[in-house]
Design a binder for this molecule. Structure first.
Ligand code: UN1
Length: 498
């Protein structure tokens, strides 16, 4: 078949690709590339039991040694970057540059996690009692269930996995049912690292559970899976969060975004145009960080929109494996229908749409012309996240008005301002500014580096993944008070003599 070389380069075997109930189609041309076996609820229960056993051993392995395994994983990912990057492109349709970028994100988080494995430190705290010391210790937490979405089939998994492993936690990964092959290929790469590591890695540190909602539910309901990290739609998060909360599990949620850019009169428009186009049409508008709302000052609006329309008219749309193509297909027909519905709603709410039709000269997949939609205001449809390349344009006069528009949506993931006026940029980053988890200046809302904490507020779910002090989410905190005196004074000065 046409894509066999990509599948075999990714070391996927015919046993993995054939005979299963889950059909995998490539969005490139809609052809079926695999029939993957799915797991039953009892399979997932067995995985949970295996992970629990693995945890009992792994939590006792010194953290820097656990880091060594992630160092090897990072090495194996470097070796497999081209092959896994191509598979990402084949399975989810993003252009090869972005497929490779995603694997690079995995490598980057491995590097961060290796260093982190020697930095899982707590505090020493002053005790109020003489001859006492207090400290804070971080311990491995237990199995971590990782649920990921089709649009980033490997990077968000790696953000969670690399940290969870150095923190001492086994992982059960439920990939999107649209992108199981990337998960199976990643598991093979992982197994190479494990084989090199030696016998102190127990079996079952990474298990991949393939299937639909019942597989995810088995994880979210299980008290033996203390951490659930889920990336996906707000709808999915609303289903997951109460189930995990009900059993007092910990959830890390990275859900929808409705990310905006404010373009001020002083902005460098050249850079703004480049940032807008990359963040609005990259991954065909299917990033959680994609730019969806452009809030532009009235004095620069016309010139900016004109330049954007010119840039959009020349976008190379087509096969994402081909060099030079910048816009690949949407994931499937459902995504195309949702895009059409959003554009119809936008028109009904007073919008003027440029683009949004099927692209000429490419067939098989859902290839669309990215759309620019000039809106009279922030209407209902603008406040929704549609996973497609739709950029709503609105106008403002004062910065206050722009910030109010930016914040007046249910989601709170990413945001940015283009301005060379320090008063404006600092206001945007202050408590009076953006209410998002990510707020940038003079760059777009997407393409975050792994060093920072990634995630957002409100309907985005409140979770943080990746860098900064996010490792703490995969460990349990313990407060220790040690009495090294020969007396037994009580805290708060309480007298209790027997
Ligand atoms: C996502 O779309 O779920 O910041 C993740 C970015 C990427 C990650 C996106 N580093 O756009």
């Amino acid at each position: 078949m046409r894509y066999d070389h990509i599948l075999s380069d990714a070391l996927l075997t015919s046993a993995q690709l054939e005979g299963g109930a889950l059909e995998v189609q490539t969005p490139i041309d809609g052809t079926t590339i695999a029939q993957v076996r799915t797991h039953s609820v009892s399979d997932v229960e067995a995985m949970i039991a295996k992970a629990t056993k693995a945890f009992a051993k792994w939590k006792l392995v010194p953290a820097p040694r656990r880091g060594e395994l992630i160092r090897l994983f990072g090495e194996e990912l470097r070796n497999a970057k081209a092959e896994l990057g191509a598979l990402v492109t084949l399975e989810c349709g993003k252009i090869l540059q972005e497929g490779l970028g995603e694997v690079q994100e995995m490598i980057d988080i491995c590097d961060l996690a290796v260093g982190q494995s020697r930095q899982l430190f707590g505090l020493t705290i002053a005790s109020e009692r003489p001859g006492h010391s207090m400290r804070e210790t971080w311990h491995p937490m237990g199995t971590c269930g990782v649920i990921t979405a089709f649009n980033f089939p490997v990077a968000p998994f790696a953000w969670n996995f690399a940290l969870a492993i150095v923190c001492g936690d086994p992982v059960i990964w439920k990939p999107s049912e649209k992108t199981p092959l990337c998960a199976l290929a990643t598991q093979k790469i992982w197994e190479k690292a494990v084989a090199r590591f030696g016998s102190d890695a127990p079996e079952g540190l990474l298990q991949v559970a393939i299937g639909m909602a019942d597989v995810g539910e088995t994880l979210t309901k299980s008290r033996s899976v203390p951490i659930i990290s889920a990336t996906g739609s707000t709808r999915m998060g609303r289903a997951v969060a109460p189930v995990v909360a009900e059993r007092f599990g910990r959830s890390i949620l990275e859900l929808g975004g409705n990310n905006a850019m404010i373009v001020a009169p002083s902005a460098d428009l050249e850079n703004a145009v480049r940032a807008i186009v990359f963040s609005a049409v990259g991954t065909c508008g299917q990033r959680c960080t994609s730019l969806r709302r452009l809030i532009v000052h009235k004095d620069v609006r016309d010139v900016l929109v004109e330049r954007l329309k010119a840039a959009y008219a020349n976008l190379p749309i087509g096969n994402p494996l081909e060099d030079g193509v910048l816009v690949g297909p949407l994931i499937d027909e459902g995504a195309f229908i949702a895009m059409g519905k959003a554009l119809d709603a936008a028109k009904a709410q007073g919008g003027t749409v440029t683009g949004g039709e099927k692209a000429d000269g490419v067939s098989g997949g859902q290839y669309v012309k990215p759309a620019i939609v000039e809106m009279p205001g922030q209407t209902a449809i603008v406040r929704e996240e549609t996973f497609a390349p739709i950029l709503y344009v609105m106008t403002y006069e004062t910065l206050d008005e722009a910030i109010t528009l930016q914040n007046d949506v249910p989601q709170g993931l990413s945001s940015c301002i283009f301005s060379t006026d320090v008063r404006e940029t600092e206001t945007f980053l202050s408590a009076a500014g953006s209410d998002c988890g990510i707020a940038n200046v003079n760059i777009g809302p997407s393409g975050a580096e792994i060093g920072g904490a990634f995630g957002g507020e409100k309907d985005t779910g409140g979770g943080r993944e990746s860098g900064s002090d996010v490792w703490k989410s995969y460990m349990r905190r313990q407060t220790n008070t040690v009495n090294y005196s020969s007396a037994l004074p009580l805290a708060q000065g309480i007298k209790f003599d027997i």
